[in-house]
Design a protein around this ligand. Structure first.
Ligand code: NAD
Length: 490
């Protein structure tokens, strides 16, 4: 893709730059953005280091109060305009998502559609009632109102870069915060530049949104910056633990949306065709690089063979390659290191007795849809988040055993239960220790109106989306009003 200036994205504005009060060069230099399918350099953006983060946080702090004072209806108008621009330019912007993050067209369009929905949902928060009148405690009047934190630092990952950035950014902005956003340096366009462009064109006042792509050093600087009041982090459990530690040391509020090892439980009365289709979508979509990916396919032994045969047939027929051909179901893995990590998990399972029924060997960055059966506790494929297109089949004999196997994980993000008997599926679901439970569906589900997040190693109990957003991105302030000031005993 050549840098084009006569398009919405208008790369001439931002090439080699980051988004502060306007597009500007960073002190840390620039970084090339490459297509993981073929290594082509797509663009160059400004790379942020700690000094750039400090600048962004200072500018955001200076701009925030005026933004919070603006009428909610006006903030909502700006947000809705940004959503309109994302949708209107979706065809062009989806190409960048495909190129930069190795997404097939369908997944890139899900990001555009959901990105706009998240922004529109956020816009409704700007005019939502934000307080309550409190019962009297003496002769004064008391009320409690939700106020913005100030500057929110957002840190997002590479896999769904647009949606996972905008879901926090839009909600934080809607309720009057300024935002400093640090997208993953591998996906700074889908996770940053696109968002800056839609808000820039939508008329967001300069300084309210700062977007500075960078690595862990920039992220850590954000977590300790004195101008930042809250961190909204989406990424790995390892990264989240570090972010939580630094933010905690600096007494910042922190929202952690982390990884998962999500079980899809297929009960013995399920339709094998439907079950296999659910397992394939949950395990293979976006090459399995999704926090909610189906990480364990737990199948009742009565139908294990039937479901496995169908899943293997699907895996064998899913084409893998460069998404820009529009002929593939699976694109590239984001990095060589991630390919190596996937291979190590598959090899460990096979060495410990699992059967490799499809895939299992990379071709450069391309990893085929892979099916392992006979996966057991003690294998990395059972314990670890793979973040690759690997369906790990585990068989069980009773619903109780399925529940116990699913709950062994330290993670607690999502689970699915499929059965012909909805009451039975609900009874199994009741027992699962997860943040989201999907009855008669696989594990990959998300949307702007749901409070999304996990338990255990999947997060710190915070949620993003739906009713959670006001809770997360604002805090209470108690206001008491005496009609006149009165004296105290001394
Ligand atoms: P990662 O933790 O390595 O990186 C995520 C982001 O954090 C990036 O922007 C990165 O630069 C930054 N980062 C890394 N170390 C940091 C540090 N010490 N301080 C501050 N920032 C730091 O994650 P990844 O491997 O690139 O992304 C995939 C992970 O994200 C998976 O574990 C996946 O399950 C998880 N994820 C979770 C959700 C969710 O909503 N729960 C959604 C998508 C992905």
């Amino acid at each position: 893709m050549n840098i084009q200036t006569h398009t919405f994205i208008d790369a001439g504005r931002w090439s080699g730059r980051a988004f502060f009060g306007g597009w500007d060069r960073t002190e840390a230099g620039t970084i090339n953005v490459t297509d993981p399918a073929n290594g082509t350099v797509l663009a160059s953006v400004g790379l942020g280091g700690p000094a750039d983060i400090a600048r962004a946080a200072g500018e955001a702090r200076a701009a925030q109060k005026a933004w919070a004072k603006m009428l909610g209806a006006e903030r909502a108008r700006i947000l809705n305009r940004a959503a309109d621009l994302l949708e209107a330019n979706g065809a062009e912007l989806a190409l960048w998502i495909m190129k930069e993050s190795g997404s097939i067209h369908q997944k890139a369009m899900i990001e555009i559609e959901h990105g706009a929905l998240f922004i529109r949902h956020a816009a409704t928060l700007a005019t939502a009632p934000s307080g309550m009148f409190l019962p009297g405690m003496d002769d004064r009047e008391n009320y409690a109102r939700r106020v913005p934190h100030g500057v929110v630092g957002v840190i997002s990952p590479f896999n769904f870069p647009l949606v996972l950035s905008v879901r926090s950014i839009a909600a934080a902005l809607a309720v009057g915060n300024a935002v400093v956003h640090k997208p993953d340096p591998r996906t700074p366009i889908s996770g940053g530049i696109i968002i800056a462009r839609i808000f820039e064109e939508a008329g967001l006042p300069a300084g309210i949104l700062q977007i500075v792509p960078g690595g862990a050093d920039a992220g850590e600087a954000l977590c300790s910056d004195p101008n930042v009041a809250m961190i909204s982090f989406t990424g790995s459990a390892r990264g989240g633990a570090k972010v939580g530690e630094i933010a905690g040391r600096n007494l910042k509020r922190v929202q952690l949306e982390l990884g998962g090892k999500n079980a899809l439980i297929i009960l013995g009365d399920a339709d094998p065709d439907v079950a296999a289709s659910n397992a394939a979508w949950g395990a293979f979509l976006h090459q399995g690089q999704i926090c909610m990916a189906t990480g364990l396919v737990l199948i009742d032994e009565k139908i294990e063979q039937a479901v496995t045969d169908r899943l293997v047939a699907k895996a064998a027929h899913l084409p893998v390659g460069d998404p820009s051909s529009n002929q593939v179901a699976l694109g590239p893995i984001i990095s060589d290191a991630q390919v190596t990590a996937i291979q190590a998990i598959v090899d460990d399972a096979v060495a410990k007795g699992a059967r490799l029924l499809a895939g299992g060997r990379s071709d450069g960055r391309f990893y085929p849809a892979t099916v392992l059966s006979g996966v057991k506790p003690g294998m990395l494929a059972f314990e670890e988040e793979v973040f690759g297109p690997v369906a790990c089949i585990v068989s069980f004999r009773s619903d109780e055993e399925a529940i116990a196997l699913a709950n062994r994980s330290d993670y607690g993000l999502a689970a699915g239960v499929i059965s012909a008997d909805i009451g039975r599926a609900m009874a199994v679901g009741e027992e699962l220790e997860v943040g989201q439970l999907h009855i008669n569906d696989q594990t990959v589900n998300g949307g702007p109106y749901a409070p999304f997040g996990g338990r255990g190693k999947s997060g710190n109990g915070t949620r993003v989306g739906g009713p959670a957003d006001i809770e997360e991105f604002t805090q209470w302030q108690w206001v008491s009003v005496k009609k006149t000031a009165t004296p105290y005993p001394f």
